[in-house]
Design a binder for this molecule. Structure first.
Ligand code: 3HC
Length: 311
């Protein structure tokens, strides 16, 4: 039986109204939003590392400039999302501490290595493609600050996906070695990209409640299916083979049947045992420590100017 204020809240959500920071909300709604928004922000920040590895190795100045712009966008996406999380009463320092201690999650996809330049094309195409599939519905999230952050972020994501696909179009028109490099990257990134959408619906602990609160608009499997249906023709256009022997068009359902991702791999990577987890967290911890002098300087300056102002 719902308490009156909870019922009123649910009626607002069901009516498609946006919930704003100062309005009443169930404690569970606040907690699950801090959980999801902070993990989303951590994903943006950690997601800069795999691509950053290729900024100094980009094949042309133009590709370097594009990759720089994309990585910089990701930093901005992280900032929008940390700000959205702060409106729920959590400090940024707390969120960073949760990431650096290994307590907070971030998207599993960023724990894989970027071995060749083709990986940068495949990341733009598949990882940002999956992110777009997942983020477009989040623009309609019931929590105001999160949905507004998503609207801004989605505007920039289409460029991210486009530039990745453009890299691949160039490479598949190149030498056989370049085509093989692209196929190798697809083989390594296909299944981890499907895992970005989360566990299957029957294993998803948050979906039911998140959908009732209009945080999540579609289930994990629904978005994964849409992503596969949209991406297979793009792979065919590039002359690539999707590394899934069970992939087959199903006329009845109007979509592709495809194999099961390796859920054990997903849970292992989430548990911190992926190929690059310690390297990624190490890089973030080092960045935090290396930046301490700068943060301390800013704080000292702010205190001095506040004291001067008060004097
Ligand atoms: N990587 C890491 N953790 C994952 C995961 C993944 N691929 N999939 C699921 N999880 C975690 C969930 O966070 C949850 O753990 P928690 O309770 O400790 O938070 C647990 O596994 C069970 O999963 P659920 O399906 O029950 O959890 P959700 O309802 O939260 O659904 C989600 C998972 C779809 C990822 C959802 O949290 C979400 O939409 N998050 C916001 C968007 C996001 O983070 N997208 C991935 C990164 S996009 C990106 O980085 C931007 C681009 O620039 C690349």
């Amino acid at each position: 039986e719902m308490a009156p204020e909870e019922r009123a809240f649910q009626e607002r959500v069901d009516a498609g109204q946006k919930i704003e920071p100062k309005e009443w909300m169930p404690e569970g709604y606040r907690k699950t939003l801090i959980r999801q928004i902070s993990q989303h922000a951590h994903s943006e920040i950690v997601g800069q590392l795999p691509e950053g590895n290729w900024i100094t190795r980009a094949p042309t100045l133009e590709r370097k400039a594009i990759l720089l712009a994309k990585v910089q966008d990701e930093a901005g996406h992280g900032l929008y999302l940390y700000c959205a999380a702060e409106t729920l009463g959590v400090s940024r320092d707390e969120l960073y501490a949760q990431l650096h201690s290994g307590k907070a999650k971030y998207s599993s996809i960023f724990n894989y290595p970027t071995l060749t330049w083709a990986d940068i094309g495949v990341i733009g195409w598949l990882v940002d493609g999956a992110a777009i599939m997942n983020q477009v519905p989040l623009q309609r999230c019931s929590y105001g600050p999160y949905s507004r952050a998503m609207i801004r972020i989605c505007k920039e994501e289409s460029f991210h996906q486009r530039q990745g696909y453009d890299i691949l179009m160039k490479m598949v028109e190149g030498t056989p070695a370049q085509r093989a490099m692209v196929q190798d990257a697809l083989n390594r990134w296909w299944w981890p990209s499907l895992m970005m959408f989360g566990p299957s619906d029957d294993a998803s602990v948050h979906s039911a409640q998140s959908m009732a609160w209009r945080i999540k608009q579609n289930s994990n499997d629904e978005l994964r299916q849409k992503f596969v249906d949209q991406t297979v023709p793009q792979a065919e256009y590039l002359g690539l083979t999707i590394p899934d022997p069970e992939l087959k068009w199903n006329g009845e359902k109007g979509g592709y049947d495809f194999g099961e991702p390796d859920w054990n791999e997903l849970f292992e990577v989430i548990a911190g045992n992926g190929p690059c987890n310690s390297e990624r967290l190490g890089a973030r911890r080092n960045a935090w420590e290396d930046g301490a002098w700068f943060r301390n300087g800013l704080t000292a300056y702010a205190e001095k100017s506040a004291a001067r102002g008060a004097a």
